[in-house]
Design a binder for this molecule. Structure first.
Ligand code: FBP
Length: 333
């Protein structure tokens, strides 16, 4: 991006000047999350050198075999946000229950996070990510699950992700615009490289694990058939891209258009992805960039969580493709 070099800290200060009250405490919390991302970028990059590849030997609450980096990432994010005193509790993919951090008055936020997304990529030097969603609390005091944790994604005041790929990119929204920052390892600063991102209304790619195709809803299979028919006038056939890291596949859809989906299948009756710390944060980012995110039948941001590790089917990305997917699902009940 030509012109003035804007760091994340500078951007947060400028935005804070314009922010309404619930977001007023965001800059220090976002700065802490960015600090965790810098540490994690190093940990991921050096994992083979530090013996941090492979499995930890444990299984997390949603049944995934935990990678050593899952554990490291969880600790790194928790330590970073705990140091701010602004977070009352954290819901994490790697923790069975929500972790209470503070019941002080100033602990006005709930953090929902997938500290290391795409962990099947850790040992093959593939792209991975971190996902976060931030909810406001009315006041201090002990955290109440029903009131503070089981929320609708539309209640988030900020959300975003970090992608650890060839470069490290942090993308976030606080409701007014979506911004992307690239980590400059030389100065150890996140620098604004994607100002007010707009998700193209349509793309040329779809991302999904086609290994489950036979078990998908007939409308979804029809949609894939449609997208893979040859018709240059409508940009078909679409190409398949699947990194196996939601953050990486979502980032492509956000920047270049296209969509990602993970529907229900024989092994995942409600889809694989978790509502509070995978689907809802990314849905806020994509919607604020003009894209769309649903379960296939309901807007993700309207789904109220019934449990902190609840799974939902997900389709997310360019608005026209997500609408097309929903139409095919409606047409073939
Ligand atoms: P975690 O790695 O955090 O558990 O995330 C889930 C995920 O790895 C997504 O990043 C990815 O899109 C999907 O699951 C891959 O699932 P599958 O291996 O079934 O295609």
């Amino acid at each position: 991006m030509k012109g003035r070099r804007i760091t994340l800290e500078r951007h947060l200060r400028d935005e804070a000047g314009r922010a309404r009250s619930p977001a007023a405490g965001l800059p220090p919390l976002m700065t802490a999350l960015a600090g965790a991302a810098k540490t994690l970028a190093r940990q991921v990059r050096r994992a083979a050198l530090s013996g941090s590849l492979g499995y930890s030997g444990d299984v997390n609450v949603t049944g995934d075999s935990q990678k050593k980096l899952d554990v490291t990432a969880n600790e790194t994010v928790l330590d970073a946000v705990a140091s701010t005193g602004l977070v009352a509790a954290v819901v994490s993919e790697e923790l069975k229950g929500a972790k209470a951090l503070s019941d002080r008055e100033e602990a006005r936020y709930i953090l929902c996070t997938d500290p290391l997304d795409g962990s099947s990529n850790t040992d093959i030097n593939g792209s991975v990510g971190t996902i976060f969603g931030i909810y406001p609390r009315a006041g201090g005091g002990p955290v109440d699950e029903g009131h503070d944790l089981l929320r609708r994604g539309s209640e988030q005041i900020a959300a975003g992700y970090v992608m650890y790929g060839p470069g490290t990119v942090l993308v976030y929204t606080a409701g007014d615009g979506v911004f992307g920052f690239t980590l400059d390892e030389d100065s150890d600063e996140f620098v604004l490289t994607h100002d007010r991102i707009r998700c193209p209304s349509r793309g040329h790619y779809y991302s999904a694990n086609l290994g489950h195709l036979k078990e998908w809803h007939p409308g979804i299979r029809r949609c894939i058939e449609h997208l893979t028919e040859r018709d240059p006038a409508t940009g078909r056939p679409y190409s398949l891209r699947y990194v196996g890291s939601l953050v990486a596949d979502l980032h492509r859809s956000l920047i270049e258009g296209g969509f990602y989906f993970y529907p229900a299948d024989g092994g995942h009756t409600n889809g694989k992805l978790r509502l509070l710390y995978e689907c809802a944060p990314l849905a806020l980012v994509v919607e604020k960039a003009g894209g769309r995110a649903s379960t296939g039948t309901q807007r993700i941001l309207e789904v109220r969580a019934e449990s902190i590790h609840q799974r939902v089917p997900l389709v997310i990305g360019s608005a026209l493709e997500v609408e097309l997917y929903e139409t095919f699902m409606r047409r073939e009940p």
